[in-house]
Design a protein around this ligand. Structure first.
Ligand code: HAM
Length: 418
């Protein structure tokens, strides 16, 4: 027990943390290009915030929260997601008093008591954004595009945007009744969870993954959300689509997409991967700020599971994240030159290291690879004779001979260009 981590958690070891740093760096750069700034909210909040915000009848609130009483007798919950906390902070700190749309992002651990399995942990990490203060469909499209660009920048392949609108407080109640009426006669054939959902949160039946429920839905063909959109929701959605087209994005309409959290109004989307299910999920939430006690303020955002993003990157996950230079010494006469080169590399702001155990060139190169170097700088007899160094690009597998006095600058240049 003492040497075992709790189920559903992982240790992120030093080699992996480097990958996380690179990922976070890329995220920060990308998000700041779109005008987002980081916000850090507490790891735990009053339970009430999630119960009200995420929704009493959602799986998250009903089954998955880490809730406990603190020593003062308050009910506290480890955050299962980031949106509710960000919205609470937005209201509490009166960020709505500042001009323009508040564009906020976060990266950090979330906690859900779920059955651990592939892509599902009890402590996992989300990277997310929230944009508060506008109902403009152009913003919906921009936020969707940002979620796509994030995965694109990481070279994640085989992904699809699934898009829907869950309507608003005008049209959704009408739809809800239609859905209940259509499913009630076949309720006994739905899974146990869905039988309960039908009375409390019937929309969730639509995206149940159980084969029995999918079969019933295929047979009964209940009305779908788009059939019930009010004019305002339809217009909004059409405009979101026009902006997405203008951004050059393609997507698949998924009229059954409802998402697992209750705060959504109108636009919802997921970016899915055939092996790693939903990598990113998001949507608009025009009622949430008011729901937690702030002024009526529309919002929209998304969150991606960092571990799932890494999984979807597959073999790629190491490749674009290589950095630094490993100086490999192939001739003992190069010792002093190596010392000087290392100093130049570090002075140029690069991560740089070498072997200190007199290993063979082959094992030094293996070490460079394990260390995550982008370049191996090889100093051997031939290089010494020409006052040069062989720069092997471990990502591209190419190598060039460059003059020693320019080597650090050339490598720095090549790394920052990307
Ligand atoms: P969510 O769909 O519950 O949305 O979670 C977003 C993403 O977090 C999922 O698509 C998945 O990649 C990851 N995730 C969720 N649960 C786990 C888990 N147990 N293990 C590993 N990864 C997981 C939200 O949380 C919303 N707050 C998103 C949002 C932001 N909507 C508007 N703004």
């Amino acid at each position: 027990m003492l040497t075992q981590r709790p189920r559903g958690t992982v240790d992120i070891l030093p080699g992996e943390v480097r990958v996380w740093h690179r990922f976070e760096h890329l995220v920060r750069q990308l998000f700041s290009r779109y005008g987002y700034e980081e916000i850090r909210t507490p790891m735990f909040e009053h339970t009430e915030l999630f119960a009200r915000g995420v929704g009493e009848t959602t799986d998250i609130v009903e089954k998955e929260m880490y809730t406990f009483q603190d020593r003062g007798g308050r009910s506290i919950t480890l955050r299962p997601e980031g949106t509710a906390g960000v919205v609470r902070a937005y209201v509490e700190n009166k960020l709505y008093g500042e001009p323009g749309v508040a564009k906020l992002y976060y990266v950090g651990p979330m906690f859900r008591y779920e059955k651990p399995q592939h892509g599902r942990q009890r402590q996992f990490h989300q990277v997310g954004v929230e944009a508060l203060g506008s109902d403009d469909p152009a913003l919906d499209a921009e936020v969707i595009a940002l979620s796509w660009r994030l995965l694109e920048a990481l070279d994640v392949q085989d992904i699809t945007i699934e898009l829907n609108s869950v309507g608003c407080s005008e049209c959704r109640p009408v739809y809800r009744e239609q859905l209940i009426a259509a499913l009630r006669p076949v309720a006994d054939r739905l899974c146990k969870d869905c039988q309960q959902r039908l009375g409390r949160n019937p929309l969730r039946v639509l995206d149940c993954k159980q084969a029995s429920c999918r079969a019933v839905l295929d047979e009964v063909r209940p009305p779908l959300l788009p059939d019930a959109w009010c004019d305002a929701c339809r217009t909004h959605h059409d405009e979101v689509r026009s902006h997405l087209r203008a951004l050059g994005l393609s997507w698949q309409d998924n009229p059954r997409l409802v998402r697992g959290l209750d705060y959504y109004t109108r636009t919802t989307w997921e970016i899915t991967h055939p092996q790693h299910s939903t990598v990113i999920g998001g949507g608009r939430y025009n009622r949430l700020v008011a729901e937690v006690g702030g002024p009526e303020t529309p919002g929209i955002g998304f969150a991606g599971g960092v571990e799932r993003i890494f999984a979807a990157m597959g073999d790629q996950s190491e490749m674009p994240l290589r950095d630094g230079v490993f100086v490999a010494i192939a001739d003992s006469a190069a010792a002093l030159i190596a010392t000087r080169l290392l100093e130049q590399l570090r002075g140029a702001g690069l991560r740089a290291d070498r072997d200190y155990q007199g290993r063979s060139l082959k094992s030094q190169l293996r070490q460079a690879d394990r260390w995550g170097a982008r370049f191996a700088a090889i100093l051997g007899e031939a290089e010494l004779a020409q006052e040069a160094v062989t720069v092997r690009d471990l990502t591209e597998g190419t190598q060039t001979l460059v003059p020693l006095d320019q080597a650090a600058e050339i490598m720095r240049e090549r790394m920052t260009r990307e």
